[in-house]
Write a new protein. Structure first.
Length: 379
C-alpha cells in the first residue's frame, strides 16, 4: 500500500483537504489525516499542498514524441504510452487516420495486442478517424482512402474500437450509426459538411459525440446552423482542441456557456511532433511543418496539434475562468462517462483504479501514478 498525504484532492464537485489517499492498484481508502494509520505503507508521498486528481484521459490523440499510432512497427504505440504520463495522462485512445484498409486493420490488431501490456498510459481501445468522412471536410486526412460508411469494414474489431467518426450526410450513415449503437460503439460526428437537420437526425439515431468541435466542419451560420448548430442544440458531448490555434479563446468561452462543463472534453488531437522541436514531420504519409505551436500541411491546412492535456487545461482555464475542479472534469469524469468506464476511472473514490496525478495551480505535473505504480516524477 502507498499513501499520498498533504494534497488538495479533487473530488467530483469540490476540493478535499486534510485527507490521505491510500492505494495499491486500486484506491483503497480516503481517510482523515489525523486518523490515517501509515504504519506498514511501503511509500508515503508528500504532495506539498498541490492538487491530486484522477489521471487525465486523452480521447483523441494520434501520436507524440516522434511516434504515430499508425507507424508500421511495434515500438511507436508503446513510445506514446510511455511519454504521456509526463503530461498527466494515464489513459488514452490511440487514434487512426484515413489510410488504406490494410494499414488501418494492422494498426487495430496491434492496438488489441498491446492492450494490457502498455509501458505507461493505459490504452482504452481505439478511435477511428476515417475513412468514413467527407472529402470536402477531410482537413489533414488523406482523401484517397475515404469510404462510404460501411459497418462490415469495422465488424472484426468491435472489441477494440470505442469511437468511430462519421460524416452523416454520406449514404449509409443511418444504418451504420444504428449498428454502432447496438454494439456499444460511440459514433462521433466530424470531418463533415452535414446540415443541421442531417446532424440532428444522426444524433436521434444514436450519434452522441462531436469530433474536434468547430474544426473540419462548416462554421455556424445563422441560416445554416450545420454540425456546430446541432452540437450546441443537442446533448452531444463536444471535443475541444484548446490550443488557441484551432479554436479562438472567445469561441471556447461560448462553447462552455452553451454546453456546460459536463459536455466538453478537452482533447489534444496531437501528432508525432508533439513534445518535440520545430521541424519537418510526417502525418499519414503527408509532409507537415511544425513551427511554434502550429503544425500545418504544405497547403497551409492545420495538421493536428502539438498540444498536451496539461497545456490544454491551462489554456482553457485561462480563457474561461473555470475552476480547477471543473477544468479537470473535462479530462477525467467526462471522458470516463462517455466511454462507460465510471466504475473504474475518472474520479477519486474507493475501489477505482489508482490512476492519479499531482499538479499545481498552473497544471505543472509533479507526479503520475497508473494503477498504483509511479510512472512519472518531476525531477
Ligand atoms: Zn485527429
Amino acid at each position: 500500500m502507498k499513501a499520498i498525504v498533504n494534497s488538495a484532492i479533487i473530488m467530483n464537485n469540490s476540493v478535499l483537504k486534510g485527507h490521505t489517499v491510500l492505494f495499491d492498484e486500486k484506491i483503497r481508502e480516503i481517510k482523515e489525516e489525523s486518523v490515517a494509520d501509515l504504519r506498514g505503507t511501503e511509500e508515503v508521498i508528500d504532495a506539498q499542498g498541490r492538487f491530486l486528481s484522477p489521471g487525465f484521459i486523452d480521447l483523441h490523440i494520434h501520436g507524440c514524441s516522434g511516434s504515430d499510432t499508425m507507424d508500421d512497427n511495434d515500438i511507436s504505440i508503446g513510445n506514446i504510452s510511455r511519454s504521456l504520463p509526463a503530461t498527466g495522462v494515464t489513459s488514452f485512445l490511440p487514434t487512426t487516420m484515413t489510410m488504406s484498409q490494410p494499414a488501418i486493420r494492422k494498426t487495430i490488431d496491434r492496438i488489441r495486442r498491446l492492450m494490457g501490456h502498455e509501458p505507461g498510459a493505459t490504452i482504452l481501445g481505439c478511435y477511428l478517424e476515417g475513412p468514413f468522412i467527407s472529402e470536402e471536410y477531410k482537413g489533414a486526412q488523406y482523401g484517397g482512402f475515404i469510404r462510404k460508411p460501411d459497418f462490415k469494414i469495422i465488424e472484426g474489431f468491435l472489441d477494440v474500437i470505442r469511437i468511430v467518426i462519421l460524416a452523416p450526410e454520406e449514404e449509409g450513415s443511418g444504418e451504420f450509426i444504428e449498428n454502432c449503437s447496438k454494439h456499444g460503439i460511440i459514433t462521433a460526428i466530424g470531418h463533415s459538411g452535414a446540415s443541421y437537420e442531417q446532424a440532428m437526425e444522426a444524433i436521434r439515431k444514436g450519434a452522441s459525440h462531436i469530433t474536434h468541435t468547430f474544426n473540419a466542419m462548416a462554421p455556424l451560420h445563422h441560416r445554416k446552423p450545420g454540425v456546430v448548430g446541432a452540437a450546441m442544440d443537442s446533448s452531444a458531448s463536444c471535443e475541444l482542441i484548446a490550443d488557441n490555434i484551432h479554436v479562438d479563446p472567445a469561441v471556447q468561452r461560448i462553447l462552455l456557456k452553451v454546453k456546460g462543463t459536463d459536455n466538453i472534453v478537452l482533447v489534444t488531437d496531437a501528432m508525432r511532433a508533439c513534445m518535440l522541436e520545430d521541424g519537418e514531420y510526417d502525418l499519414g504519409g503527408q509532409k507537415v511543418l511544425l513551427k511554434g505551436a502550429e503544425v500545418r500541411l504544405e497547403s497551409g491546412a492545420l495538421a493536428g496539434s502539438v498540444l498536451t492535456i496539461d497545456r490544454a487545461l491551462r489554456n482553457f482555464r485561462a480563457n474561461t475562468g473555470i475552476s480547477v475542479v471543473d477544468a479537470v472534469s473535462t479530462v477525467t469524469a467526462n471522458p470516463a462517462r462517455i466511454l462507460g468506464l465510471e466504475d473504474r476511472k475518472g474520479s477519486i473514490s474507493e475501489g477505482k483504479d489508482a490512476d492519479l496525478v499531482i499538479f499545481d495551480e498552473q497544471f505543472n505535473i509533479y507526479g503520475t501514478f497508473i494503477k498504483g505504480k509511479t510512472v512519472y516524477e518531476k525531477k
